[in-house]
Design a binder for this molecule. Structure first.
Ligand code: BTN
Length: 327
């Protein structure tokens, strides 16, 4: 553990009480000037620390940044976020970073987190709006022993984990839109982009990238998504701690991954269905080269959408953009 982190722990243990520079210097066997330098760095990282010649230092407020030590604090997982956490103030795309780390051999559970993405990517080559400090932009590396054609199941699993974490932390009416959009009142709050690397007929690694709009105010949404997107802040009117939501997501994701590995996909799918409410609905699905319209009969055991078209034809669809029709 770094000296800076040890110092932070001492300040946190103080719980709103002044801690003298002399005490901190003695505890960590460093000079008082070194203490001061670490305090300055912590302030740059967003910690609000008061200082007084006589009394020492007082931690008024923790940082709102998604810093490695803040993510780890109180994180109730065994593997996810317990291995490497790669934190960026800014990066092109956390999925790009994660793929690079994975190709260099990073283990399962390695996490990439960014405050801002300059080229955040969505499904179908779309952009993912990723302004600094307003959302969670994170990617995790998995190395499951499943065949590549089972990978879409992991995307559905991640959408359940995102929905569960939002449900647990807010009282909002969260739903999932097949395959992996997380919605509140019909507006998108989170999206998932899964990318895989295969070798022969086995998976080398999977990167699950998740974007959640957390503190984004309505006025900062770009015009192309202002009618379709939302954030926790827009729905509740309250500022919301991103860090707590990120931890909750990791905990849910790990627990569903464990279920998937030990009990199979069925229990995950069951929960997905109860959150999605799509069965029996009339929809149209944009499949890039064509649009299909009909009634959803089921989402099958592999996560495919089973659609009955008007002429009775049954289609099994792996991915597409769904619009609910009011029928
Ligand atoms: C979608 O709904 O189109 C998927 C959006 C996925 C966005 C996340 S943000 C973190 C990760 N990095 C990316 O570039 N994309 C995913």
């Amino acid at each position: 553990m770094s000296t800076k982190h040890q110092l932070l722990i001492h300040l946190k243990e103080g719980k709103g009480i002044w801690v003298s520079g002399e005490f901190l210097a003695r505890k960590m066997a460093i000079s008082r000037t070194a203490v001061w330098k670490h305090i300055r760095t912590l302030r740059e990282e967003g910690y609000v620390i008061e200082s007084s010649q006589k009394k020492g230092y007082l931690l008024r407020q923790s940082s709102d940044l998604l810093l490695e030590n803040e993510i780890r604090e109180g994180l109730n997982t065994s593997v996810f976020g317990k291995r490497g956490i790669h934190y960026f103030r800014q990066t092109d795309s956390t999925n790009n970073r994660a793929k690079l780390f994975a190709s260099e051999g990073a283990p399962e559970g390695t996490l990439v987190v960014a405050e801002e993405q300059t080229r955040g990517r969505g499904r179908r080559g779309r952009q993912w709006f990723s302004p600094p400090g307003e959302g969670i932009y994170t990617s995790i590396i998995l190395r499951p022993s499943i065949s590549p054609d089972e990978a879409p199941k992991l995307t559905l699993m991640a959408s359940v984990a995102v929905a569960e974490s939002l449900l647990a932390m807010t009282s909002l009416a969260i739903t999932i839109k097949w395959p992996n959009d997380v919605l509140i009142n019909g507006r998108k709050i989170a999206g998932i982009l899964t990318e895989i690397s295969t070798e022969m007929d086995r998976i080398d690694y999977v990167v699950i990238g998740v974007g959640i709009n957390v503190t984004t105010p309505r006025k900062s949404l770009p015009p192309d998504i202002e009618d379709t997107a939302t954030s926790v802040f827009m729905e509740t009117g309250n500022p919301f701690p991103r860090i707590a939501l990120l931890r909750a997501y990791l905990e849910w994701l790990e627990s569903y991954y464990e279920i998937f590995r030990t009990k199979g996909f069925e229990p995950v799918m069951k929960r997905w269905k109860s959150l999605a409410g799509i069965i029996g609905r009339h929809i149209s699905v944009d499949l890039i080269d064509r649009v299909r319209t009909g009634e959803v009969l089921d989402v099958d055991k592999d996560g495919f959408l089973i659609l009955r078209e008007q002429d009775g034809t049954i289609e099994r669809i792996i991915s597409g953009d769904v619009t609910l029709l009011h029928k």
